[in-house]
Every structure is written in C-alpha cells, then in structure tokens.
Write a protein of this length. Structure first.
Length: 259
C-alpha cells in the first residue's frame, strides 16, 4: 500500500503504520486521517497480519494534534477534521492495535493512543490534552475513553487544567500500559506484539468486539453479532436445513435446529 502522509510495513504477523509528518509534529491532516482509515480498512480484509503497531516518525513526536487548515468553510462534514474516521477504524478492526509512543502525544495524538488497545511508551514521552487552552476540544472519544482509563476526576483534570504527564506518571494514572527506556522502545514493542500475535486470532477478535460493544451502541453490538457470529452460523446444520427448506418450499426439519 502506498501513501503520502503515513508509511506502512509488515514484519511477519506485525503490521506497522507510521505517522510520517515529523517536521510538523506528525500532526493529522484530512489526508492523513483518511489514509490511516483506508490502511486499517485494508488490514481488516486480510489475515496475514495479526497485530498492528501505530507509531510516529522520528524520535520526538508521536502526534501533537491536527492541522485544520485547508478544509471547507462549512459547519458540515467537509469543514471538520476527520479524526473520527481513524478512531472508528481502530475500534472496528478485529486485530489488537498497539500504540508505540515515541515522543509527545498531545491533543488528538493522546486521544489516538487512548483508542488503541495497548500503549507502550518510551520514558521521555509526554502526554497532554490542550484543547481548552487552544480553543478546541474533543467531546467524544477523548472524554469517554479517557474516563474509562483514568477515572472521572483525573479525566476532568486533564481537560480542565491541561497538565503535562511524563510517561511514568501516565502509567501510574492508568493512561498507558508500559514504559521502557528510550533506546528500547522498538525492540520492546516488537516483543509485545509477537506475544499477542501468538494468541488465538478469533478469540482476540471476539474479546475486542466485546470491549467495544459497550460504547459502540448498535454498531458495537453488530460487530459482535454480525462480524463474529454470522460466519459460523452459516456453517451450521440449522442454516443448511432452513436454506434448503426455503428453496424446496417445504417445512424445515426442526430436529436440526441448534446444531
């Protein structure tokens, strides 16, 4: 897959998506948001990779938010930075996504790492929400998911006071999972990804779907009932009997139901 503002690579069962605008803090643009969405949607449709790593180019920034220039002057979708496209694609992906935070994760960049399933960060990484001090906010993933991770009081403090959290402090708050020395981030990320890749792919997909059903509403429940259950149902005796009975215009044999 070829992209302009991200890079993509595969190493055995591990896929790596790298935000590739290091000279601008790896900040989102509309193009980057859509490229990440499109890349993840392609990963959804293959079985080569079992774990996805999301990181930033360079050694200073994971992502420090989004660039809002260049969008239409409208209150409709065309005038909004499409960050939700990225977040939703990560939630829908049946594979675990690891955020490997290689520097500052600020604003939308912090929300991005929160949406990922697991976060590992280098010691010098910094985590922060800055919207209210810059004339912006995230009233969706950035609040609900943050509250789930650190609790309501700390989530409100992050948004109201905008403190800078060092990696160790972020780990203590429950915002991230692992902290490693700066020079060990890549190696530790790969070790973590390979460990997860050894787990059952269907089992991981079902567990991730169950976690996401809570916030996903009808979409979240559909990911469980449709994506996880329908394919297996199509291989049952019940499905075969009902399909044949309908085609043959006869009553089905109920003794085959539930098998």
């Amino acid at each position: 897959m070829q992209f302009e503002e991200i890079t993509y690579s595969e190493d055995g069962p591990i896929a790596t998506i790298t935000l590739n605008r290091p000279d601008d803090g790896n900040m989102f643009t509309p193009k980057m948001c859509h490229e990440i969405r499109d890349c993840i949607n392609e990963i959804r449709r293959e079985t080569r990779t079992r774990v996805v790593v999301l990181t930033g180019a360079g050694d200073k920034f994971f992502c420090i938010g989004g660039r809002k220039e260049g969008m239409e002057d409208t209150l409709l979708y065309a005038g909004v930075l499409p960050t939700l496209e990225m977040y939703e694609s990560i939630d829908k992906l049946q594979k675990p996504v690891i955020a490997s935070v290689n520097g500052f994760a600020v604003g939308g960049g912090n929300v991005l790492q929160m949406v990922c399933d697991i976060t590992i960060a280098k010691e010098s990484a910094v985590f922060r929400q800055v919207g209210p001090m810059m004339g912006s906010f995230d009233a969706g993933y950035g609040t609900w998911y943050l509250e789930d991770l650190v609790g309501k009081k700390r989530a409100k403090e992050m948004w109201y006071r905008n403190p800078r959290l060092k990696a160790k402090e972020a780990q203590e708050w429950g915002l991230i999972n692992h902290v490693v020395p700066d020079d060990q981030l890549q190696e530790a990320t790969k070790k973590l990804a390979l460990e997860i890749a050894d787990r059952g792919a269907f089992a991981l997909a079902a567990v991730k779907g169950a976690f996401n059903a809570r916030h996903g509403g009808v979409s979240g429940l559909s990911r469980m009932a449709h994506d996880m259950l329908l394919r297996g149902y199509l291989d049952t005796q019940e499905h075969d009997e009902l399909s044949k009975a309908f085609a043959e215009r006869r009553a089905p044999d109920a003794s085959r139901f539930g098998h």
